[in-house]
Design a protein around this ligand. Structure first.
Ligand code: ZN
Length: 305
């Protein structure tokens, strides 16, 4: 435990990544690919010397390849990331990040530490706080995660932040949104788009997902939400935080009135926080009773002005 906390402190001291994160989100807002990912991309294919022409089928276009991958459920990490990036970009076109680089850096450090405990530590994880008083959090495939300023303000310490981010990380690692996209209505839409004349892959994804915010805010099924709660709790505990921080957040949000417009979307797309709390308590039982006490790290929690 001490070692983990020390590692976390060391991570927090390193600010070299901060510029990358800022640049990443700026580029994302402009619809550009992040610089670091540009560098790692394969160079554009060079026209190879052509052998004698063979009567062969023309190579499938990248847009159609992506569609087929999505429809078959056999998607590469890179394809998953491309779709997630587009959805996150659309989302950030509709709602802005809180203009506080220290806050964004802090949330990324905590989020990446929690994500490292998952079985997909190698995804390019990105976290952001968006500037709205609504109380909610969102995930997009490939590792793009946002929580609202309204939710952040309700959190009392770093462990609660870790629990909330852990829930969203749960959606990504279990590919909950990809599974929604593989449901029948999307497959039918995808099939109708195959081979259709489209400018590029961007336009294809746009056609398929419509408004990205819609995909991110549409309800997943209840079981996916309960599963994400369990994953979030486990990841936060593995990261050295108080395992009961996510249930505490659920308890708190459960007390917000159904009539409060700030929770309208959350309550519409998730089971009620009280039900989530009960399901989590039921799943955990007494199994965590002997767990060493985790950290809450209230003193270090970044306070929003
Ligand atoms: Zn959720």
């Amino acid at each position: 435990m001490k070692v983990r906390i020390a590692v976390l402190l060391a991570c927090m001291a390193v600010s070299a990544q901060a510029g990358d994160i800022d640049r990443f989100f700026k580029d994302l807002l402009k619809g550009k690919r992040p610089a670091e990912q540009q560098q790692t991309m394969a160079p554009p294919p060079q026209p190879a010397p052509q052998p004698a022409p063979q009567p062969a089928a023309p190579p499938e276009r990248p847009a159609d390849q992506l569609l087929r991958a999505l429809m078959s459920g056999n998607m590469s990490v890179e394809e998953e990331r491309r779709i997630g990036e587009k959805i996150a970009g659309n989302f950030l076109g509709a709602v802005k990040l809180v203009p506080d680089a220290n806050l964004q850096r802090y949330v990324n450090l905590v989020g990446r530490w929690v994500a490292l405990q998952s079985d997909r530590p190698d995804l390019a994880w990105h976290f952001g706080v968006v500037d709205t008083d609504d109380i909610n959090a969102f995930a997009s495939p490939g590792g793009y995660i946002f929580l609202t300023k309204g939710l952040y303000r309700r959190l009392g310490n770093e462990a609660e932040l870790a629990g909330v981010l852990g829930h969203e990380i749960g959606h990504v690692i279990r590919k909950h949104h990809i599974k929604v996209m593989q449901q029948s209505q999307f497959i039918a839409l995808g099939a109708s788009l195959l081979g259709r004349k489209m400018k590029d892959e961007n336009q294809l994804i746009q056609n398929l997902i419509g408004n990205g915010a819609e995909i991110m805010s549409r309800g997943l099924d209840k079981e996916s939400e309960f599963e994400a709660d369990r994953v979030g709790m486990v990841l936060a505990a593995r990261a050295g935080y108080d395992a009961f921080s996510l249930p505490k957040v659920l308890e708190d949000i459960g007390h917000v009135s159904d009539q409060d417009s700030r929770v309208a979307l959350l309550f519409k797309t998730h089971p009620h926080p009280r039900d989530r709390f009960d399901r989590l308590a039921e799943a955990v039982g007494d199994r965590l009773d002997n767990l060493p006490e985790g950290k809450t790290l209230g003193q270090r929690f970044y306070v929003l002005r």
